[in-house]
Design a protein around this ligand. Structure first.
Ligand code: XMP
Length: 434
């Protein structure tokens, strides 16, 4: 292994990710694990130079106080416990609030006490992951859900580097893709990167499963479960597939609920897996934040456009066509999204704004069109900026651009008579509406 690592054990402290990122900012790799990591799991990790037990008032789960196992103190490296009086090691009452002081505390522990080397960079990360993937997979085959988004594309590139033709990419068009998206997946991966790619058009199958389902969590679970089933069917056709590659990233894990964190929404590549799942998972970027995934893509030589492509949720336009999905409203989402993207590109906003898309709710409003009363759907515009998708602020789109987008949507998209602009930050809103 090329990189030293500091392990953070999660005892319900809300600052786990802040600490992990602050350690990585020092140039040292850091991973977060649940408090009940077993002796064997801990021993299996390479190059652990130090452990941080991240305590605090949230260390109560189902009425019981949780704690780390005694083997954590015997792991053979320095241990620092924060806000955890029962710990038998070096202790700190709480993390300093000021950034500079936090940095000083972490420097003293990570660099001086643990003597961790500052060798966290993407070149080393890729080299380590390639080695870990080869160890995990051996000469077996991996099936990868290739949506064409940044996360799965980076995982595909990592897996191609590690195991070449042992990787089979499957692109499922669930009918909830953006306009032209499946076509571009085929172009980039099949034609340019010469990957082993299977294309499945499952539009009818997904839409019939989703008929009359209005609850957002249920929609997400159905889409996630159906995805896995389609992959299982493909795997049976392909013979000898043992692993499933996934583009899970760190915020997906946090928001789907770790042992101590509440569920915000179940991300479809974490929640909703059927119980009879037959694959072992390969998730090489599960410890990365979004900005780090992009850096990894660049390191792997993926095209700039693909690496900086805006993220797209696994359930696709399904969570932007609010409530029970209909083909009519789905088309309105797809067409308005295409217009928004086109106008953003013309204005240069595609390079500036992190994520932008449209939403169509499941209610109508009264309007007037061609001198007659209309009763049609609104389109909601959303454009946000963020570093890691955990918090987000809105892009303040200039009026002339907003008006141009509005004019085009009202003129070109059927069944729509109104355009609104969502100016809510995360929190309180999430980025997606469902
Ligand atoms: P939220 O809505 O949770 O979104 O603030 C945070 C980021 O995650 C994307 N997103 C998903 N990505 N699977 C994914 O891979 C999902 O199920 C999913 N849901 C939301 C969202 O578009 C935003 O960038």
């Amino acid at each position: 292994m090329k990189q030293d690592m500091i392990v953070i054990l999660d005892l319900g402290n809300t600052e786990n990710t802040t600490i992990a990122r602050a350690i990585r900012a020092l140039g040292v790799y850091s991973e977060i694990y649940p408090h009940d990591i077993t002796k064997e799991e801990l021993a299996a990790l390479s190059n652990v130079k130090g452990i941080i037990i991240n305590g605090g008032p949230n260390n109560i789960v189902d009425g019981e106080k949780i704690d780390v196992g005694p083997w954590v103190y015997e792991a053979g490296c320095p241990v620092l416990a924060v806000d955890h009086p029962q710990a038998s090691c070096e202790k700190l009452d709480q993390w300093p609030q000021a950034e500079a002081e936090l940095e000083a505390v972490l420097k003293a522990f990570v660099l001086e006490k643990c003597e961790a080397e500052k060798n966290w960079n993407m070149k080393n990360f890729v080299a380590d992951q390639v080695e870990l993937i080869r160890q995990q997979v051996g000469d077996k085959k991996v099936l990868l859900a290739l949506s064409g988004g940044v996360d799965s594309s980076v995982v595909a590139a990592l897996l191609i580097k590690a195991i070449g033709k042992q990787l089979v990419c499957v692109h499922v068009n669930h009918g909830l893709m953006r306009k032209g998206e499946s076509e571009s997946v085929i172009e980039v991966f099949q034609n340019q990167l010469d990957a082993n790619l299977v294309y499945v058009d499952a539009t009818d199958r997904f839409l019939s499963k989703l008929e009359n389902v209005a609850d957002p969590e249920q929609k997400r679970k159905i889409i996630g479960a159906e995805f896995i089933r389609v992959f299982e069917e493909e795997a049976r056709k392909l013979e000898g597939i043992d692993f499933l590659g996934q583009g899970t990233i760190y915020p997906d894990i946090v928001e789907s609920g770790t042992k101590t964190a509440k569920v915000v929404k179940s991300h479809h590549n974490v929640g909703g897996l059927p119980d009879d799942l037959q694959f072992e998972l390969v998730e090489p970027v599960r410890q990365l934040f979004k900005d780090e995934v992009r850096a990894c893509g660049l390191e792997l030589g993926l095209p700039h456009d693909m690496v900086f492509r805006q993220p797209f949720p696994g359930p696709g336009l399904g969570v932007r066509c609010l409530g029970a999905i209909t083909r009519q409203r789905l088309e309105a989402v797809r067409e308005s999204d295409a217009i928004l993207r086109e106008e953003f590109a013309k204005a240069g906003l595609d390079k500036k704004v992190w994520q932008y898309f449209t939403i169509v709710p499941d209610f109508k409003s009264v309007g007037v069109k061609n001198n007659a009363r209309s009763f049609e759907y609104p389109v909601i515009l959303r454009a946000i900026n963020t570093i890691d998708a955990m918090t987000a602020s809105i892009e303040q789109i200039e009026w002339p651009i907003l008006l141009k987008i509005t004019d085009r949507i009202l003129a070109e998209v059927e069944n729509v008579n109104r355009v609104c602009y969502d100016i809510s930050p995360k929190p309180c809103a999430t980025i997606e509406w469902e």
